[in-house]
Ligand binder design. Structure first.
Ligand code: HEM
Length: 255
């Protein structure tokens, strides 16, 4: 185990932990986006509310979620520790050398952007995740006519579990916690919409640099792969994913 401690104390070992946890968080972001895209369906939030039950009830996903919270905290605080280590190691160089000359501004601002993203995640989880788990969330009753597939929904009284389904031969009934309406209500507030849009800018700039940098740390720095890595970093994580996330608060604010 001595070699492992030594490796993790080395500067490449420290960066490797940042790279691996960062790439894990990128994967989470894609899964979270796919789930949240259900918000755009015009089904009164049925698909989204089912997805929320699955994400918070499936034992495997629940276990992965606790790992996710730990990794978010680790990535944020380990990153801040590395920024402070770098500053301590080069106090004079920072005062004299013009940073603009040898690095892109997003790379110099990674610590600040990361801190803003952590603040965003804390606010975001308080609004949705904590409310869903510990707060008061209304319930909704969906009724789908089996012969026609027609769907209707109405608010209803609380039930004991997160979801209840039954079938009376003509209609399929589902009663579920209405997280959809919680999301829709939150995004009626202009200041929250603005905060989310700013949060998505921070994520975009953080990932444009972070995604590419993680592959360099892993030693994947070859003319054969550099193009595709830059393309995914800029287009997927820097543009498409933040725009799709930002479209959600904008959509609910407008409708
Ligand atoms: C702007 C669009 C977004 C919406 C509408 C949204 C919605 C939600 C909702 C409803 C939850 C609670 C239910 C669940 O666990 O699925 C949640 C959880 C969470 N969100 Fe988001 N989210 C958005 C963007 C983001 C972004 C950009 C991040 C990361 C930077 C993020 C990080 C998280 C985390 C870490 C959790 C807890 C996950 C878990 O318990 O498994 N979300 N989000």
């Amino acid at each position: 185990m001595n070699w492992l401690t030594r490796f993790l104390k080395s500067s490449i070992g420290k960066k490797l932990l940042m790279a691996l946890t960062g790439l894990f968080l990128c994967t989470f972001l894609i899964i979270h986006l796919i789930g949240n895209l259900q918000l755009f369906k015009s089904d009164g939030g049925m698909a989204f509310n089912h997805y929320a039950v699955f994400m918070t009830s499936n034992p495997l996903i629940k276990t992965v979620s606790y790992g996710l919270y730990a990794i978010i905290l680790f990535h944020a605080f380990w990153g801040l520790y590395l920024v402070s280590e770098n500053k301590k190691a080069r106090p004079v160089a920072y005062a004299v050398v013009d940073g603009k000359a040898n690095s892109h501004w997003t790379s110099r601002w990674m610590g600040v952007l990361g801190t803003l993203i952590l603040a965003f995640i804390v606010l975001h989880m308080t609004n949705f995740w904590a409310k869903y788990k510990f707060g008061e969330v209304p319930y909704v009753h969906y009724e789908r006519t089996i012969s026609t597939g027609e769907l209707a929904w109405s608010s209803t009284d609380p039930i004991v579990s997160k979801i209840e389904t039954f079938n009376d031969g003509m209609t399929e009934h589902t009663v579920v916690k209405d997280l959809y309406v919680v999301v829709a209500d939150q995004f009626k507030e202009l200041w929250i919409v603005i905060l989310y849009i700013l949060g998505m800018f921070a994520i975009s700039f953080h990932l444009v640099h972070g995604f590419k940098s993680a592959f360099q740390t892993l030693g994947i720095h070859h003319s054969k792969y550099n193009g595709i890595i830059s393309f995914i970093g800029i287009w997927v994580f820097g543009i498409i994913i933040p725009i799709l996330f930002a479209a959600m608060p904008i959509y609910f604010f407008i409708i």
